[in-house]
Design a protein around this ligand. Structure first.
Ligand code: FES
Length: 313
């Protein structure tokens, strides 16, 4: 790894780098970077993992991959709890990846230890045969931070990262009204793209190419570049583009939205690997860009809308 690459990674909590120069090529091609990015960037931020419709009932549990680690998320009444998906006995996964279920307890599949939704060990098979001194309190699950905003669930492996609503600023203010009880997930899609994850995120953050590369598709939707508004925050960048009249004549609008939301598209780049968008017709969503290898990333796309108002395709 070059010293320039190393110096750019020294403190991931301060993503403000020198915005007047580009990353050197090695930032996109150096295979040694990936584990460092996981440790110093992905494990120090909030990661979007889904929404409450994935856990509609108390007792429902799911898993998520967060910065290369498996996490268990359980709905405990109205609360969410999250833990590393590792049993403190002999490190078996508590839940299989991708599995969603409704449970009364978290039960390890290996030796059947039983944990409650606070992560406390409540029972072990054959405990009367254990050596003296065995204490249930010594074997709790390792908790992970989990918060939700507007029903969208985020997980963080870092205690120092700000609370979710603060981290997402100014999204919670801009997007009031987009998520109503009528709003539902319209699409969930995953696919692999052959490029470094930063290449893909660079592309979502930069609109310079839109009028050229997307001349007949996205460009008419976003209108003239001179009307674009950019706002740069610590963790979230906003691009606001007024909706062209042509678009307004062809789409319904969520009438209860504020004036600015009714008149424009919001697109956000969220540190380090999340993209979000919200349109006046109620379409909003997330694109999470997960690194797979140095030259491959997986896109995880969730799109939400209001049936009857938002287009369904
Ligand atoms: S590894 Fe989980 S109970 Fe033994």
């Amino acid at each position: 790894m070059t010293s320039a690459v190393a110096s750019l990674l020294t403190d991931a909590r301060s993503p403000a780098l020198d915005t007047h120069r580009f990353f050197e090529a090695a930032m996109y091609t150096d295979p040694d970077l990936l584990p460092i990015e996981m440790e110093r960037i992905f494990r120090r931020t909030w990661q979007y993992v889904g929404d409450l419709s994935d856990l509609p009932e108390p007792g429902m549990v799911m898993t998520a991959q967060v910065a290369g680690l498996s996490v268990v998320i359980v709905r405990d009444g109205d609360r969410l709890q999250a833990f590393h998906n590792v049993c403190p006995h002999r490190a078996s996964p508590l839940r299989y990846d991708g599995e969603v279920a409704c449970v009364k307890h978290l039960v390890c599949p290996y030796h059947g230890w039983v944990f409650d939704f606070d992560g406390q060990l409540r029972g072990t098979p054959f405990q009367s045969r254990f050596p003296e001194g065995f204490c249930l309190e010594d074997f709790s699950l390792k908790p992970v931070r989990v918060e939700q905003w507007n029903g969208f669930i985020f997980v963080s492996l870092d205690d120092a990262v700000p609370p979710l609503v603060e981290f997402l600023h100014p999204m919670p203010h801009d997007l009031q009204g987009y998520r109503t009880p009528a709003s539902t997930r319209l699409l969930r899609q995953q696919y692999v793209v052959k490029c470094n994850w930063k290449n893909f995120h660079d592309n979502t953050l930069c609109d310079y190419h839109v009028a050229i590369a997307h001349r007949t598709t996205l460009s008419p939707l976003q209108g003239p570049v001179r009307l674009y508004e950019h706002h740069f925050g610590q963790y979230v960048n906003l691009l606001y583009t007024p909706t062209p009249m042509d678009w307004r004549s062809r789409h319904r609008t969520l009438e209860h939205l504020g004036e600015r939301a009714r008149d424009g598209f919001f697109t956000y780049g969220i540190f380090p690997n999340l993209h979000s968008f919200a349109l006046p017709n109620g379409i909003c969503g997330w694109i999470r860009i997960d690194p797979v290898t140095v030259d491959t990333c997986q896109l995880n796309i969730d799109v939400y809308g209001v049936p009857g108002v938002s287009p369904d395709r």
